[in-house]
Design a protein around this ligand. Sequence first.
Ligand code: NAD
Length: 500
Amino acid sequence: MSTLEQVNVGVDSTKANEVLVPITVAKGDGIGPEIMDATLKILKAANARIQIEEIEVGEKVYLSGNTSGIAKESWESLRRTKVFLKAPITTPQGGGYKSLNVTTRKMLGLYANIRPTISYHPYVDTKHPVMDLVIVRENEEDLYAGIEHQQTDEVVQCLKLISRPGCERIVRYAFEYAKKYNRKKVTCFTKDNIMKQTDGLFHQVFDEIGAEYPEIEQEHWIIDIGAAKLADSPEAFDVIVTLNLYGDILSDVAAQIAGSVGLAGSANIGDHCAMFEAIHGSAPRRAGQNLANPSGLLQGAIQMLVHINQSDVATTIQNAWLKTLEDGVHTYDIFKEGVSKEKVGTIEFADAIIARLGQVPSQLKEVKYLTIADNTGRDFKYVRRAPMKKELMGVDVMVHWSGSDPSELARIVNQANNDAIELKMISNRGIIVWPSGFPETFCTDHWRLRCKAKVDGNTITHANIVDLLSRLSNLGVDFIKTENLCRFDGKDAWSLGQGQ
Ligand code: NAD
């Protein structure tokens, strides 16, 4: 059961008439409660005009038998307040527990994950003194759709789903964000040299939407060399827009090389709701020792204050936080002899920030947040295009077969050819093994039969596929799934077998 507790934060006598913005707060697991208490203490001292509804999520809820990690009443609070400040949680291993973070992002349609990373040289030790970038990570799609199946004894599968609306929204968000915050360049990271359909669509949409922003410099990097460049020369980047998994990994790398994963916050933005958090996890080994750096969650809370139109409070807290870093008051993760002055715990760090409310940094750049709420992305409307001309050209049938000789499989399957379709190619893990292929190619028990119209270039029908499957079944072929081979507006929209 979740507890709903209403706490008024920051109601001082001078602001008694101001409307308090309701927000939902979850203290999470591990170091979560400590860093949340520290963050709320700072928000309260800075007179944030918020009213808190506390909910319980995470480990306790999971272990009570709720595999989603969140109770029904908690969803009601989130849908009512539409603003969620969340500490990290622990997802128990195994047992069918679904990640609450992924669930929350998807259930509430939080499609944009905004992760700014800045280095605070020379006050926080880093190899990259000049670094000020924002990773705009797609938050709902990609391999995080969580559609996984075991298909054969030896092969499991995770579906990577990328949609045009998903790409358009996140890419437009990145360009609008760059425009609003006067950033000069947007870089797109994909692996479209390999994943030509999925990552290819993301890259294509980046080029299409980028054309509407000629004033912003734009570039595309293949993710592998792009990640190497980011780790080596982060100052070369400004705004980075990328797919879910790449963004997840890269934002941790970026935060760590800036000084610590404990320094970075993240905003998860959707059309209706928003969630704010630290990028790091619940660090259970550090829990309960007054050790953790609350800065990541505090940075999330500052993004939240800007989001709910309290940029004045956000500015005051951020400047006090910068002054604290500058004064060398550091938690263990950023403490360095010769750089830091005082090693403090979570509570003392929060108190040091509170003591500096109203002060500004003298060396680090003072911030002044925009005084209007940042509603970038909340009014994007997806306009569905006219349907494309879709032609069915063939079908890939995945089969579970424990033999080792592809010609033997071809001999069996060729008996299932009907008047319209015939077997054209067999591949194993994407590599062609019949009619050509190398004996050196290692084969598992998961085979793809590529079947197309007998006459090259002819279309086929669903009925032809059903007939083919029925014949295969009669021959005892264990098919696992099918994928249609379609041509869209005259363009073949499937990948070739490797070596084809
Ligand atoms: P983690 O980010 O929790 O911690 C990794 C290490 O980073 C810690 O051992 C610690 O040395 C350091 N660290 C992290 N945050 C810190 C902070 N605030 N101050 C100082 N040092 C800090 O990663 P993990 O150990 O892989 O994951 C632990 C748990 O967190 C797992 O159950 C995982 O599922 C969960 N997780 C939750 C979230 C979330 O709730 N958003 C995100 C990531 C991981």
